[in-house]
Design a protein around this ligand. Structure first.
Ligand SMILES: CC(C)(COP(=O)(O)OP(=O)(O)OC[C@H]1O[C@@H](n2cnc3c(N)ncnc32)[C@H](O)[C@@H]1OP(=O)(O)O)[C@@H](O)C(=O)NCCC(=O)NCCSC(=O)C[C@@](O)(CC(=O)O)C(=O)O
Ligand SMILES: [Mg+2]
Length: 281
């Protein structure tokens, strides 16, 4: 069973105040960022800050991932060297290609560090299966819509029709390989309604979680990616009915006049599994 990753909160790697609060916001994972959230002149000091924070702070049970600089930059390998000592749970690899993932995989081979590639361009999208196959440490894939639309030379909109194909493709390939599909962050931190709509669209296309950039976004995203009380009760009724039918040697059963078959039972089991992981049962 995959770890629950409804929300992955980005925290700038140059901000000690935010880093020290990493575990208090209710995100399932945090991504401490050494790439785009850190200015060019602060790369070395931020790397040292993140390394020391990971070595000295108790960040509780929250999964801690660090986004390194690109593997096409000098800083990328320097970041990994520092993280071999600091041992975060995971490393996020921006502008991922299969080649970059193989290089990171080789560098972390003596650790238990897991990997999260970011799909941020047309080539990454079209080779997403190769990227996932490049390392069995990969537990999830993040979609980076800002960089992706920049690479495509298309306009980014709030409504998001321009990223429909990318989201759907990433979600389907991630499903095929049993890894999480983490949706792109919603960048307007004051638009709660827009965030909820955008999160629901991602979920409807098969995403399993979403990146956040602000603590105020976490409750909304967790809400969308957690089953409701009604959904949990319905799922448990289906499972109970299916178990009863199995004891009685029946194949197909009906509940409230609706046919219950294998895919419906499997969907109900998934709802109960997520509810248990989210401590809702
Ligand atoms: C957006 C804003 C500046 C707003 O600031 P504001 O000050 O208005 O926020 P407020 O709500 O007023 O803050 C209230 C309290 O929460 C604290 N607080 C805020 N944010 C917190 C946080 N993240 N973690 C912990 N604590 C936090 C704050 O310190 C304050 O604490 P206190 O003073 O004690 O009350 C701020 O959130 C922020 O910096 N976000 C992270 C940005 C970031 O990491 N971006 C890079 C990664 S994404 C990316 O790169 C996209 C992409 O993937 C896309 C692609 O490619 O397509 C890519 O690759 O480009
Ligand atoms: Mg990016």
């Amino acid at each position: 069973m995959n770890k629950l990753r409804r929300t992955m909160l980005f925290i700038p790697g140059d901000n000690p105040g935010m880093i020290q609060n990493a575990d208090v916001f209710g995100a399932d994972s945090v991504i401490i960022d050494l790439e785009d959230a850190v200015g060019a002149t602060e790369k070395d000091s931020s790397r040292l800050l993140v390394r020391n924070a990971l070595l000295n702070l108790d960040l509780g049970a929250v999964e801690t991932v660090v986004r390194i600089n690109g593997m096409d930059t000098v800083e990328g390998a320097q970041d990994i060297d520092a993280l071999l000592v600091a041992k975060p749970d995971g490393i996020m690899v921006p502008k991922a290609t299969a080649e970059y993932i193989r290089a990171v995989d080789e560098m972390v081979k003596d650790t238990e560090i897991i990997l999260f590639p970011i799909i941020e361009g047309a080539y990454s999208l079209e080779t997403v299966a190769d990227i996932i196959k490049a390392s069995d440490r990969i537990k999830g894939v993040l979609f980076g819509a800002e960089d992706f639309t920049a690479d495509m030379g298309i306009k980014r909109t709030k409504e998001g029709s321009e990223i429909f194909y990318a989201r759907n493709r990433i979600a389907a390939v991630c499903k095929a390989f049993g890894v999480d599909a983490i949706d792109t962050p919603f960048t307007d931190t004051n638009d709660e309604e827009g965030l909820e709509k955008d999160t629901l669209v991602g979920k409807s296309l098969g995403m399993t979680g979403k990146a956040a950039i602000n603590p105020r976004q976490i409750e909304i995203i967790n809400g969308v990616y957690s089953p409701t009380v009604e959904e949990i009760n319905e799922a448990m009724r289906i499972i109970n009915a299916a178990e009863k039918a199995a004891r009685e040697g029946k194949g197909v059963i009906s509940l409230d006049g609706k046919m219950i078959d294998a895919p419906i039972i499997s969907r109900a089991e998934k709802v109960v599994e997520i509810a248990k992981q989210a401590d809702l049962i």
